[in-house]
Design a protein around this ligand. Structure first.
Ligand code: FAD
Length: 468
């Protein structure tokens, strides 16, 4: 094929899926080219997603904790907040990681091409380079890892600088007085928390009847209670139908039971989900099928309908999470190398890094009910955990769901500080087929929050009945 470059594996996109696939393929001896439109590799996750949000959330938790310490006898002066320095700190974390990635790419001789790539045939991608030129790259195999983008709503003036998406919100341009967050999902609630701790008055509006749809209601409830106390308003079962940009603010029209018809905010964060980039890469020129939503369908070896073209990460479907992309990326690279790999996890854990954190792995209780699976449940309230109480927290809960027949762990939901770290143990137990006795008989260190998983298993087993 006549082209400017040739490679064995072409990776389109450098997010967690793309760079993992590229590095694995290179480690397996393949000649790899990775295309990324932005200067920094790392994708949404490193540049405008997981990492910057967690850097800001760390500061938000510290701020909240210093404020709560008064009740325990330690009173701090009201903190001085310098959002320029906060932004610089967040950017330094991103810089360390993206710089590290660039080094890892170089060490593996993964060639990174900066530009916007689109398929021009089943064996070529044409890249619009940053300098205005174009480059055609021929490949033996391709891995599509072009990710997703924020969804915009037609009735919102997205061009107005007071209307933010998650990327804008991470920039901390200003702490508004009154801020509306449209969407009570993970991203909306994480950013709401950051702005709340910086002093903004937050209103959240959510279409569903609860926050974080997808998680069981009993594990999101403690978070809901917490933010109902802190935020100005939380409107559930409600929606925004119009936003008008006025000089003195953004006039929002609501529809729902408990919300006003109109209200005015200084800033709005739109966090209503993300759309896959499947329709933006001329996939049809390679014969790759893209569904109406823009997702690319793949089998468990990450293959698209075209034998030598694979897809991974946000572009192949829900849940849109970095750790899913990473594992899929490894599978694609290994299958290209002729290895018998497949993406067949027993679950993909989800975490909201709010305060308290909400995390779940495997099946939710709702899913078990909907699928008609008989289960046994152990739910341990953290009000009976010495470690949780010593942290000054009693709202947490660990719920473990076991198969009624085999007693194996099927799912786990946790709410409380560090729930995201804790849920990894449950995910491992699910993958290993651990049953309630395995977990209950495993000695967990005392006093830790991890004990709550052991206690939940013992409660399901009936070996703990009363709590303290
Ligand atoms: P992406 O990370 O989207 O990367 C795709 C890359 O491809 C991008 O760099 C893009 O520029 C590039 N690209 C796209 N099209 C082209 C093209 N045609 N040519 C060249 N380059 C192209 N997930 C978690 O697991 N945990 C979290 O805590 C978390 N927090 C998040 C917080 C926020 C605010 C957001 C927005 C997302 C968060 N996510 C989180 C989701 C996570 O970022 C994504 O699931 C993950 O980045 C998906 O990885 P990916 O490899 O599929 O694609």
């Amino acid at each position: 094929i006549d082209a400017d470059m040739h490679c064995e594996v072409l990776v389109l996109g450098s997010g967690p899926g793309g760079y993992t696939a590229a590095f694995r393929a290179a480690d397996l001896g393949k000649k790899v080219v990775m295309i990324e439109r932005y200067e920094n590799i790392g994708g949404v996750c490193l540049n405008v997603g997981c990492i910057p949000s967690k850097a800001l959330l760390h500061m938000s938790v510290v701020l909240n904790e210093t404020r709560e310490m008064g009740a325990h006898g330690i009173t701090f002066a009201e903190p001085e907040i310098d959002t320029n320095k906060m932004r610089a700190y967040k950017d330094s974390v991103i810089g360390k990681l993206t710089g590290g990635l660039a080094g890892l790419a170089k060490a593996r001789k993964v060639e990174v091409v900066q530009g916007y790539g689109k398929f021009s045939s089943s064996h070529t991608v044409t890249v619009d380079m940053a300098d205005g030129s174009t480059k055609t790259i021929a490949f033996e195999n391709a891995i599509i890892a072009a990710g997703s983008r924020v969804i915009k709503l037609p009735f919102i003036p997205h061009d107005d600088p007071r209307v933010m998406d998650s990327t804008d919100a991470l920039e901390l341009e200003e702490v508004p007085n009154r801020m509306l967050v449209i969407g009570g999902g993970i991203i909306g609630l994480e950013m709401a928390q950051v702005y709340d701790s910086l002093g903004a008055n937050i209103t959240v509006v959510e279409l569903g009847d609860t926050i974080i749809p997808g998680a069981d209601k009993d594990i999101t409830k403690p978070l809901l209670k917490q933010i109902q106390k802190k935020y100005e308003n939380i409107y559930l079962n409600s929606k925004v139908t119009n936003v008008e940009a006025k000089e003195d603010g953004l006039e929002v029209t609501f529809e729902g039971k408990k919300c006003p018809e109109k209200d005015t905010f200084d800033r709005i964060l739109v966090a209503v989900g993300r759309a896959p980039n499947g329709k933006l890469i001329d996939a049809e020129k390679a014969g790759v099928m893209v569904n109406d939503w823009g997702f690319i369908e793949v089998d468990e070896r990450q293959k698209t309908n075209v034998d030598h073209i694979y897809a991974i990460g946000d572009i192949v479907g829900q849940p849109m999470l970095a750790h899913k992309a990473v594992h899929e990326g490894k599978v694609a690279a290994e299958v290209i190398n002729g290895m018998p790999s497949a993406f067949t996890p027993m679950g993909i854990p989800s975490v909201a890094y709010t305060d308290p954190e909400v995390a779940w792995a495997g099946k939710t209780e709702e899913q078990l009910k909907a699928e008609g699976i008989e289960y046994e449940k152990g739910a341990f309230p953290w009000a009976a955990s010495g470690r949780s109480l010593s942290l000054g927290r009693d709202e947490g809960m660990t719920k473990a769901l076991f198969c009624a027949e085999t007693h194996r762990l099927l799912g786990c939901g946790i709410v409380g500080p560090n729930a995201g770290e804790l849920v990894a143990e449950a995910m491992l137990a699910i993958e290993m087929g651990a049953d309630m006795q395995d977990i209950g008989l495993t000695i967990h260190p005392h006093p830790t929050l991890s004990e709550t998983i052991c206690f939940a298993a013992e409660m399901a087993e009936g070996t703990i009945t009363d709590l303290m």
